[in-house]
Design a protein. Sequence first.
Length: 59
Amino acid sequence: MNTRNRIYVIITLSIAILFLIIAIVQSQIDSFSAITKMTEEEVKNFLSGYLAGFPKPWE
């Protein structure tokens, strides 16, 4: 592989990694947006179902 091809490969991989990072950040923004739009009742329902699976050593 000559030098020109190596440069092309490095540039292509750099652009691909940049797009991957942008996609990950965008999905995190969407997840945070969905969480912040939850009402108090939805949060209570979510947490009660989540906490029900934990053992209760005090009982």
